[in-house]
Write a protein that binds this ligand. Structure first.
Ligand code: ADP
Ligand code: ZN
Length: 209
């Protein structure tokens, strides 16, 4: 199964992609996670990406395309994949279609998680990440400020600050939202209501795959 996740920042793409990836045993490819990891390691790619990621702008397409090209060639995606954070604009989507075409593959579904703006802003403001197990959680679910799963320390993502959140939402509106129409026209888009519990949203997605 080859799936692309779409949705505004904070819609729950990462959380749901993790679950679906486990359920079907297919790799979850999060371009945001890859970039953050490269930034932490201080690699050449990380250095190039840092200022974009931390200010909420898209990193240049070439950089992302290089990452994705490596994955598409990898054996681990034989059974499928779930993309989270890519493609993020029309140019990336067009490149992506060419890439997978060349490998005789096609996309099965594009899952668009729909959540309203007030909710997204609230979620991103209270979002925390566990430094130990990488679980995405929120201050409301933390236990004494610690990860509910493993007790690890929780941190706020650099780009979950208010000014950066606003910029990410602008970028989403201008560059990423047009992908909804793009994939709708290809007949592979499913819209999923993103409100409710994590489990409810997962259930809705599974019913539509
Ligand atoms: P969110 O969806 O919550 O905004 P992500 O973790 O998907 O967060 O992405 C974080 C940041 O990484 C983006 O704001 C952007 O700077 C960069 N990024 C991730 N994926 C891409 C992409 N496909 N193209 C360009 N930049 C990207
Ligand atoms: Zn944890």
């Amino acid at each position: 199964m080859r799936i692309v996740m779409l949705g505004a920042p904070g819609a729950g793409k990462g959380t749901q992609a993790t679950k679906i990836s486990k359920k079907f045993g297919i790799p979850h490819i999060s371009t945001g996670d890859i970039l953050r990891s490269e930034i932490n390691k201080g690699t050449e790619m990380g250095l190039k990406a840092k200022e974009y990621v931390e200010s909420g702008k898209l990193v240049p397409d070439e950089l992302i395309i290089d990452i994705i090209e490596d994955f598409i060639k990898d054996d681990s995606i034989k059974e499928g994949f779930i993309m989270d954070g890519f493609p993020r604009n029309i140019a990336q989507a067009k490149k992506f279609i060419k890439m997978i075409d060349k490998n005789d593959l096609s996309l099965d579904k594009v899952v668009n998680i729909v959540v309203d703006y007030d909710e997204v802003i609230k979620r991103l403001g209270s979002r925390r990440i566990c430094v130990q197990c990488r679980k995405i959680t929120s201050i409301d679910e933390s236990q004494d400020g610690r990860c509910p799963e493993c007790g690890g320390k929780l941190v706020k993502r650099e780009d979950d600050r208010e000014e950066v959140i606003r910029e990410r939402l602008n970028v989403y509106e201008e560059q990423t939202r047009p992908l909804i129409e793009y994939y709708k026209n290809r007949g592979i888009l499913v819209n999923i209501q993103g409100n409710g519990t994590e489990e409810e949203v997962t259930e809705r997605i599974l019913n539509n795959l």
